[in-house]
Design a protein around this ligand. Structure first.
Ligand SMILES: Nc1ncnc2c1ncn2[C@@H]1O[C@H](COP(=O)(O)OP(=O)(O)O)[C@@H](O)[C@H]1O
Ligand SMILES: [Mg+2]
Length: 329
């Protein structure tokens, strides 16, 4: 059987008592591609991954992974997948090498095979120098690379990565992205979850945006931006103190949610009438006496798309206050 879809999920519902963690989601992951499930904390990302990895049963719905049913053929599924959970699974008291060898043996390799596989993975994940140190001495980035190596011991065809870079500094994050590129080049199918739009954009062919257990959008980054974004108008102010005024004004003119970035003294919103909106904003700013450093119209970032999609308030009095107090000495 050839599988165009490494993952196929239909009508997945998961309830914990009264709590609905997944409210009926349908999606596919094409074989050999990277798909990101993008959503804020509590959206249902881990719940979905745990069901697909056979660690949890869906309340309703069905799913196949590598062509096997997660409910009735869990053993077949588990032989073909790797899972890097949100919490690290390697043993901190063992060395990186010992961890990998132990996992190889758990996968019924001989000691020699497991050693050879460990050596190979340590090289691939740039851990040879640290191979014989206890994991407790590793940096966050090294631990995550070892986690990834650990999931690859038995050559899985489908890899689940639950928030692989949460908590990493930008450099470690970049290194991990590079490692993932290599895996994907070799044909591993990856389903990863993330709260970071730039991460989804950087890594994934397809993005599934979820919030409150529902899919609210899907597509590649470019399509998502085009469909949901349209033109955005951005005002960069001379004085940070005028941010709340500018935000209110922009909201009035556009009728859209306003995103504030105090660090660059900027407010952004969808521009429903393109350049006409820009002109109207310029006029309103002038009559309100708000000094502007830059005023422009452009395509939205994925962050702005996400703000438009989710019901989390991008702009409220608290965020304006936080922006002001953060910007003041
Ligand atoms: N074992 C559980 N018992 C009760 N509620 C849970 C359990 N696991 C997850 N939830 C709830 O389900 C929702 C989705 O959780 P989760 O899948 O962990 O979200 P995410 O990984 O996107 O942050 C959250 O509201 C969470 O509190
Ligand atoms: Mg989670």
């Amino acid at each position: 059987m050839t599988n165009e879809h490494a993952v196929h999920a239909r009508g997945l519902v998961k309830r914990f008592g009264e709590k609905v963690a997944l409210a009926g989601v349908d999606f596919e992951v094409k074989t050999g591609t990277v798909t990101a499930i993008l959503g804020p904390n509590g959206a249902g990302k881990t719940t979905a991954v745990r069901i697909l990895a056979t660690l949890s049963e869906a309340t309703e719905g069905e799913a196949t992974v590598a062509g096997f049913d997660v409910r009735t053929q869990g053993h077949e599924v588990r032989r073909r997948i790797g899972l890097a959970a949100q919490d690290a699974t390697v043993d901190p008291l063992l060395t990186g090498r010992e961890n990998l060898i132990m996992l190889g043996e758990l996968h019924q390799m001989s000691r020699a095979e497991a050693s050879a596989r460990a050596e190979e993975l340590l090289g691939e994940f740039s851990l040879l120098d640290a191979a014989d140190r206890r994991v407790s001495t590793y940096s966050g980035g090294m631990r995550r690379r070892l986690d990834l190596g650990a999931t690859m011991v038995a050559h899985p065809s489908v890899l689940f990565l639950d928030e692989p870079t949460t908590g990493l500094d930008p450099r470690a994050r970049n290194e991990l992205w590079g490692v993932l590129d290599t895996l994907v080049e070799r044909g591993t199918t990856v389903l990863l979850t993330t709260q970071y739009l730039d991460e989804a954009e950087r890594l994934a062919d397809d993005i599934i945006v979820i919030d409150h257990g529902r899919i609210i959008a899907r597509g590649d980054a470019r399509t998502l931006k085009r469909e949901l974004g349209g033109d955005h108008v951005q005002i960069v102010l001379v004085e940070v103190d005028r941010l709340p005024d500018a935000a209110r004004l922009l909201e009035q003119v556009t009728g859209a949610k306003v995103a504030i970035d105090a660090g660059i003294r900027s407010v952004v919103a969808a521009a429903p009438n393109g350049v006409d909106t820009l002109v109207e904003v310029a006029r309103s700013l002038a009559s309100a006496g708000i000094a502007v450093e830059d005023l422009s119209i452009r395509q939205p970032t994925l962050d702005e798309v996400f703000i438009a999609l989710t019901d989390s308030p991008a702009y409220d009095d608290d965020s304006v206050e936080a922006a002001q107090s953060g910007a003041r000495p």
